[in-house]
Design a protein around this ligand. Sequence first.
Ligand SMILES: *[C@@H]1O[C@H](CO)[C@@H](O)[C@H](O)[C@H]1NC(C)=O
Ligand SMILES: *[C@@H]1O[C@H](CO)[C@@H](O)[C@H](O)[C@H]1NC(C)=O
Length: 550
Amino acid sequence: MKSTLRLVATFFLFHILLCSTPSPAYAAGGGGQWQLLQKSIGIVSMHMQLLSNDRVVIYDRTDFGRSNLSLPNGRCRENPAELAVQVDCTAHSVEYDVASNTFRALFVHTDVWCSSGAVAPDGRLIQTGGFNDGDRAVRIYEPCHNCDWEEVGSVLGASRWYATNHILPDGRQIIMGGRLEFNYEFYPKTAAAKQVYTLPFLAQTTEQQGVENNLYPFVFLNVDGNLFIFANNRSILFDYNNNRVVREYPVIPGGDPRTYPSTGSAVLLPFKNLQAPNVEAEVLLCGGAPRGAFQNAIGTRSFVGALNTCGRLKITDPNPQWVMENMPGPRVMGDMLLLPNGNVLILNGGAVGTAGWELGRNPVMNPFLYRPNNPIKSRFELQNPNRIPRMYHSTAILLRDGRVLVGGSNPHFGYSFSNVLFPTELSLEAFSPSYLDARFASVRPKIVAPKSPSELKYAQKLKVQFLVTGSVVSDLVSVTMFAPPFNTHSFSMSQRILVVGTGNVANLGKSTYEIEVTTPGSGILAPPGYYLLFVVHQEIPSEGIWVHLI
Ligand SMILES: *[C@@H]1O[C@H](CO)[C@@H](O)[C@H](O)[C@H]1NC(C)=O
Ligand SMILES: *[C@@H]1O[C@H](CO)[C@@H](O)[C@H](O)[C@H]1NC(C)=O
């Protein structure tokens, strides 16, 4: 009787609490749909890159043990330097074909674990570093029908394990940091460039070994040609040509670390008004784990709540200050993706713990949508949840059709499918943001010209023609160009989106419209390479077309 009363009382109290809670600053139960694409691709999607043939290169690590996918034709990888299985007849990389929802095994020889990469201007994925015999290796993957990895050799000047790459205006890529490496280098190598350049900022922001809190630094190419680099709780603007720190930004409020293993994520918000004399650049950084989270987790096995804050910093401002915002909830190991309409999707990860083996808890199943142009406190919208936890070693990337490909999760030292918290995930899912809902069919643009793929030059006038079956609000039409990033460990390297034109839409009749845009003026705004071009109408994007800006 007593316990029943207590139950009833608790129930009423719960109700009162619920009803008296002020309505949250975000709409609950927003939208979006989840779809399971593949129950198993045989490997963990730990690293992902979309290529210009709509195929995604995925890999995990050669020293995970035997994967669930055999190499074709009885092929085996014999590598005496390998730490796990010296004769391994299983694959550790796949190519996923978006259109047919199929995949095939790829062959990678040296260890690619916790490596990095960027797509070269010609569309080839240049992947650098890793672990063990692969820590100085460069490997190339060309997007063609039946291609496979090509090992260039051990050509890097330093060990690149947990480094960040970024594509540069001249088409080279910079490779920044890595474990115990307080330096950077470039690839391809040129006679003029040194093998390695030191960067004391990386030494200053590192903590004890294993808890560096500055690995996989967030690197962005700013509109002035310098690099914005965020590591731990600090950030600088860096002139990589002259190895000179141009300015130091304020420490992020709260002072908590945001980079690995206190893994948050970050994006460069869309570039707008590209014809203006001074284009503005703004960074948004969300989540992470508070100082001491990793030590607590490995020491006393106590798992602390992740950070629920985002910081927004106008990096081009003469007197930049972080503006802090609250997410709908805490998140560590989240991925931040730019969507074709310039909104930001935050997904994957957990609400408790940190990155690292067995150190994450409380998966966050609901993505958060962030609308950067809304007034502060009304920017977040909770999205529909999936059912598969995507913890440490999970990934997410935007596809050409506007869906988000989600894979991975393996917080264990090898493949581990039973009797563990968060078993190894070999599945692939797609998240369809609500802009793909059928109810927007009459608003959605369909690009009819130019054809995909198209070659574009810098500062070129380009007429984009599209169909819309309903009525068109000219001012609410824009054209965006998106650089597909290399994603691993919650960071999307070289990710950027540019609004290349807005409004002034001409009606050509028969539901066909035309907007004239100007491509970006320089490789500083948009490094050369393949972009996805979208027409966006009332926040609803078309399917993208591939354009090659060179
Ligand atoms: C992978 O293979 C193991 C056996 O080798 C099996 O127990 C496990 O269920 C497989 N996992 C998936 C997701 O296919
Ligand atoms: C920033 O991080 C360092 C650790 O690298 C720490 O010592 C410092 O106190 C932090 N700054 C603030 C303002 O909390």
